[in-house]
Design a protein around this ligand. Structure first.
Ligand code: GTQ
Length: 348
C-alpha cells in the first residue's frame, strides 16, 4: 500500500510559538492534523456492538409502566453505539431505537426533516403507523417508511404491546444543520385513504398512469410475508452469494432506486449451515434478526444472535455470518447518501 501522509518531526520552539499566535486568530497548521483528517482508509467512527432483544424489551416495558407514549411523544430506547454515548447515534450517520406503544395508546402526529423506517418486532393485530392520511397495520417483520416531512402517528388498539425498531438519519440531518420538526394540529391525524391504498397503487408492478416518481418510495409498507416468500423461492432457485446468502434490497418501485434518499434497507436469507465469506463496505450497517440464530464475526469479535437481536457493523469493518439453521436478517445503512456523493466502496 502506498504511504500517504508521513509523520512529522516535533515542532521547534519557534513553530510552537507561531501555533500560539495562529490560535489567537482562529487558524491552525494543517500539517499537524492532515494525517488524521485525510485518512488513507476509513476511520470506523464507531465500534461493533450487539443488543439482546430480551434485555432491551424488559427495560422498555419498565419504561412503559412509568411514562405514557403521549407524555414521551415517542417512547423509545435509543440504541447508543458504545463509542458514541450521549449522542443518540448507532453509527456516525444513523440513529436507531426501539419503540413501544402499549395497548390503547397513541403517539401524537408530527413530522420532521429526518427520514424514518420501522422494522416491526412484535405487535397485536391492529397496531398501526399512519403516514399522510393512510394507516398501515404493523405486523412482525414488516418494513415501514415515514419519509422526510410526512406527518406520522402511531396507535395500538390491540391488546398486546407493539414494539418496533426505528431507523432514522438524524445524525446526517444534524450534520447538515437542516433539521425542522412540527406537530400536526390534530393529535391523531385524519384518515383520508383506506388501509392498503399505497400497496395496491404502487406495490403490484403497476403504477397509476399519471404518477411522477419522486425522491422517495410511494410505498408505506413492505409486508414481511411477501418479502419472506421471495427469499424462500430464491434460496431454492440457485446458488447463494458467498458473503450475503440471498440478499435483496427494498426499492422505490417507481424508480428501482432506494426507498428514501438517505437510507437503504435490505432483507437477507442465510441458509442452514451457512459459513459466509468476509465482506466490508463503507456504509456502517445496522442489523436486526428477523428469524433464526447464528453468529456474526465483526473484525476480531464474534457476536451470537437470535430473533430480534440487533447489532451494528462499523464502516469498512470486515463482517461474516454463520448459521446452523436458516436465518433471516433485516439491515439498513446510509448507502444511498454515500452513493449520491460518490463515496461508497465495498470489498469482498
Ligand atoms: O416515531 O416519529 O425513534 O420522531 C425517533 C424520533 C421515532 C417517530 C424515533 C421520532 C420517531
Amino acid at each position: 500500500m502506498s504511504t500517504v501522509f508521513h509523520s512529522k518531526p516535533d515542532a521547534s520552539p519557534e513553530l510552537k510559538a507561531l501555533y500560539e499566535r495562529l490560535g489567537q486568530k482562529n487558524t491552525a497548521p494543517l500539517w499537524e492534523v492532515l494525517g488524521e483528517i485525510v485518512t488513507p482508509q476509513p476511520k470506523a467512527g464507531c465500534v461493533p456492538a450487539l443488543w439482546k432483544y430480551d434485555e432491551v424489551r424488559a427495560l422498555l416495558m419498565e419504561a412503559g409502566g412509568l411514562i405514557s407514549a403521549q407524555e414521551a411523544e415517542r417512547r423509545v430506547l435509543v440504541l447508543e453505539n458504545p463509542s458514541l454515548r450521549g449522542q443518540s447515534q448507532i453509527t456516525p450517520t444513523l440513529y436507531a431505537g426501539v419503540q413501544l406503544v402499549m395497548p390503547g395508546e397513541t403517539a401524537p402526529t408530527h413530522r420532521h426533516s429526518a427520514s424514518a423506517l420501522r422494522f416491526v418486532l412484535e405487535s397485536g393485530e391492529g397496531a398501526y403507523t399512519a403516514v399522510d392520511g393512510e394507516r398501515t397495520t404493523m405486523r412482525a417483520g414488516d418494513f415501514i417508511l415515514t419519509p422526510s416531512w410526512t406527518y406520522h402517528d402511531h396507535g395500538n388498539p390491540s391488546d398486546a404491546p407493539a414494539i418496533w425498531m426505528d431507523g432514522l438519519d438524524i445524525p446526517m440531518v444534524n450534520m447538515f444543520s437542516a433539521s425542522f420538526a412540527e406537530h400536526h394540529p390534530d393529535e391523531t391525524q385524519p384518515v383520508t385513504r383506506p388501509e392498503g391504498d399505497a400497496l395496491n397503487r404502487y406495490g403490484a408492478a403497476l403504477l397509476p398512469i399519471d404518477f411522477t416518481p419522486g425522491r422517495r418510495s410511494p410505498m408505506l409498507s413492505y409486508p414481511f410475508a411477501r418479502s419472506r416468500e421471495t427469499l424462500n423461492r430464491l434460496s431454492r432457485s440457485g446458488p447463494v452469494h458467498p458473503s450475503h446468502g440471498v440478499k435483496m434490497q427494498y426499492v422505490n418501485p417507481a424508480t428501482g432506486g432506494y426507498p428514501m434518499p438517505t437510507i437503504a434497507a435490505f432483507l437477507q436469507l442465510l441458509p442452514a449451515g451457512f459459513d459466509g465469506k468476509s465482506y466490508r463496505s463503507t456504509d456502517a450497517t445496522v442489523f436486526c434478526v428477523a428469524e433464526g440464530r447464528g453468529t456474526s464475526r465483526i473484525a476480531d469479535q464474534t457476536f451470537a444472535w437470535g430473533p430480534r437481536d440487533m447489532f451494528v457493523v462499523p464502516s469498512w469493518t470486515p463482517v461474516s455470518h454463520q448459521t446452523h439453521s436458516e436465518a433471516v436478517l433485516f439491515s439498513f445503512s446510509d448507502r444511498p447518501a454515500q452513493k449520491a456523493l460518490g463515496l461508497w466502496r465495498e470489498h469482498s
